[in-house]
Design a protein around this ligand. Structure first.
Ligand SMILES: [Fe+2]
Ligand SMILES: [Fe+2]
Length: 334
């Protein structure tokens, strides 16, 4: 795959080549626009209809933030905070995930015929690339030791790879929203860092909003005879993700040191990014609240991902039942 401009020529390849904001007010307004959007289309937005497809592409275009995430002068960290950040087991996987997402989305966008959908997905690829750029700059600023990046190979089954990335983002973002809020409350990261990563979180919300609506659109316009095979593929993607999440990824850096990367960090890492004590059901509640808050500014006629909040509610309710049952058990024992 060549440069992003092969498929999308309206944005420069690197975030460094975007125009600087004219003033501070423009930055505030762009941030607001990125979080609030209503379609001027009248009536319901039925997946498969032109109105839904147009709204989807317009949402993604209009909520693009040209100024954030921007690279900041990375704050100087005290040795303890620096050590905590450097030792989080996420940096390799975070950089590689963004790189892979960019490649897979760009590959899929290049195959899409519909100009609206192509525009939205190629912009999504561009934004993934910006995330990777921000992370790479942070890694360099804090001298975080990294395993060499594997070559990014264009997928053979482009649709499969796009769906793996899309569903994966839906799951990861849901839990990351809660974890990010927790990290913010605990002051684990200096505010300059949370300010840089906040717009990335919101962009991921836009990405999964796009993915959920792309999926509904794709299902609706697909010839009926392709549907059964496609639905099997969706199930296979979920099975693949479940398998992937049950394993830890090990990579070796250029000094021969082994790095263990945790695919489930957004769920299991709460203790590492915060000193706030939180039970699992309360953490799920927080994820659900944050998920709803981040989506609340977008046109309610656009579909939202439903499976991760469903999983979140199941874990929360099961956890609450367990707490209740063990509370009764303990009280009876006394
Ligand atoms: Fe991303
Ligand atoms: Fe994304």
């Amino acid at each position: 795959m060549g440069s992003l401009s092969d498929i999308y020529s309206k944005l420069p390849d690197s975030m460094d080549d975007l125009p600087a904001p004219p003033n501070a007010q423009a930055v505030v307004e762009a941030d607001y626009r990125a979080r609030h959007w209503m379609s001027p289309e009248q009536g319901p937005l039925r997946p498969g209809s032109d109105a839904h497809k147009r709204a989807l592409a317009a949402m993604f275009r209009d909520t693009f933030n040209p100024y954030k995430p921007s690279v900041i002068d990375w704050p100087k960290l005290d040795p303890e905070t620096l050590h905590k950040i450097v030792s989080l087991p996420i940096w390799d996987i975070a950089v590689q995930t963004e790189g892979k997402a960019r490649l897979r989305m760009a590959a899929y966008a290049s195959l899409v015929k519909d100009p609206d959908i192509k525009d939205a997905i190629s912009r999504n690829a561009w934004e993934e690339n910006r995330h990777k750029e921000v992370l790479s700059k942070m890694v360099a600023a804090y001298n975080i030791p990294m395993a060499p990046e594997p070559p990014y190979i264009e997928p053979r089954d482009v649709e499969w790879a796009y769906m793996v990335t899309g569903f994966s983002e839906c799951v990861d973002s849901f839990f990351a929203f809660g974890m990010f809020e927790l990290a913010k409350r605990s002051g684990f990261f200096p505010p300059e860092l949370t300010d840089t990563f906040e717009p990335i979180m919101q962009e991921e919300c836009r990405h999964i909003l796009l993915f959920a609506n792309w999926l509904a659109w794709y299902r609706a316009v697909m010839p009926w005879w392709r549907r059964p095979y496609f639905e099997l593929k969706v199930w296979a993607v979920w099975a693949f993700l479940a398998y992937e999440r049950l394993s830890l990824v090990r990579t070796v850096d250029d000094k021969g040191q082994e790095h263990t990367q945790d695919n489930n960090f957004t769920v299991t890492g709460t203790k590492e990014v915060t000193n706030v004590q939180i039970t699992l059901p309360d953490f799920m509640e927080l994820c659900l609240t944050e998920d709803a808050r981040r989506f609340s500014g977008y046109d309610p006629r656009l579909l939202r991902p439903t499976t991760p909040p469903f999983i979140g509610r199941v874990i929360r309710d099961a956890g609450r039942c367990w707490e209740f049952a063990s509370g009764i058990f303990k009280a009876n024992k006394k």
